[in-house]
Design a protein around this ligand. Sequence first.
Ligand SMILES: [Zn+2]
Length: 389
Amino acid sequence: MSSSPVARPDEVRRHNRTTLLRLLHVGGPSTRAALATELGLNRSTIKTLVDGLAQAGVVEEKVPRPGRGAGRPSLLVLPQPHAAVVLAVDLQVEHVAIALVGLGGQILGRNSWNLHSRTRTPDEVITHVIESARMLAGDLGVEPVAAGVSVPGVVRRADGLVHEAPNLRWTDVALGDRLTAVLRVPILVGNDAELGAVAEHLRGAARGSSDAVYVSADVGVGGGVIAEGSSLRGGAGYVGEIGHMVIRPGGRPCYCGSSGCWETEIGEAALCRALGLPEDTPRGAILVELRELGRDPAAALARLGEFSEWLTLGLVNVVNLLGPQLVVLGDLLTVLPESVVHSVGEEVRRRSLVSRAVGGTRIVSSALGADVKLLGAAEVAFEVVLDTV
Ligand SMILES: [Zn+2]
């Protein structure tokens, strides 16, 4: 009658198979011996698992290119990208990007388009995403088995309801349900900074860090938190609205209803003010100005002095609250001159008690570039498919 606390052999096998597949998916090709060591399983168990996956076409075993060592080289186990393909969608305020991503994290194909006020409505965006995804899948001859969607807003994890995406002017949009109804695969919708943190943790600058925070400044400012190796999710998935920490009493009004939010001091408009540019300067021109400034470290420190101070203040609070070993700066913050990032890092370590306690929190720029949220969206989709491949 009662279920046994001891896992059944088929459950153990299934668990081991998923763990092995996850290791190959994130870590890339590996030998059976390395997989056995990593998973703490014996060679014969690994052989059975790999043989099963190879028979199903999920992995392939290949002789690696000849190395310097003597003797027969070990076969490499490679994940097969077409064995599981997911759809990744990165919805931004002025731009939508979609990609089909294969097992192992390879982008197999992509498409993108710009948004403006008329095409930014939920109906327009949802229709375009569906049509574009179908066309791309048809061209590549693949069938996605799940989808992840990155949204710059407050998202309910359970059903993908976009509660509020102020810069898109979306309120209570049932994005997850509407996409599921048409695409008929599991749809995972997440906040963009949360998905950025997932991508950095699995494939970027935060790889190997069990506690890391991803801070991104775009039109808005957001954060994603990796705690003890997992994505931190608050009530219903609402967490990480660090852009609305109040850091400047009596500061500028924020659309959220408060004033003096971090976003009003380090968001895109604030960066424009710091650079002496109009607040509506096109993104390309901001990047050009920042790259130009990066050539003169001393000038960069002087011109962005006040901006750096607001960035530092917020980061000290974030680090004291969450105790990360690493903070990854994303979006516009990745283009900050190196001298500025370095000086902010030193100040955070000097002023944060917790930073010193964890051995000195490092502050680094994202290395994943413009694909970070697409990759994060793909990874949350893979989370639900790896045990069914
Ligand atoms: Zn605010």
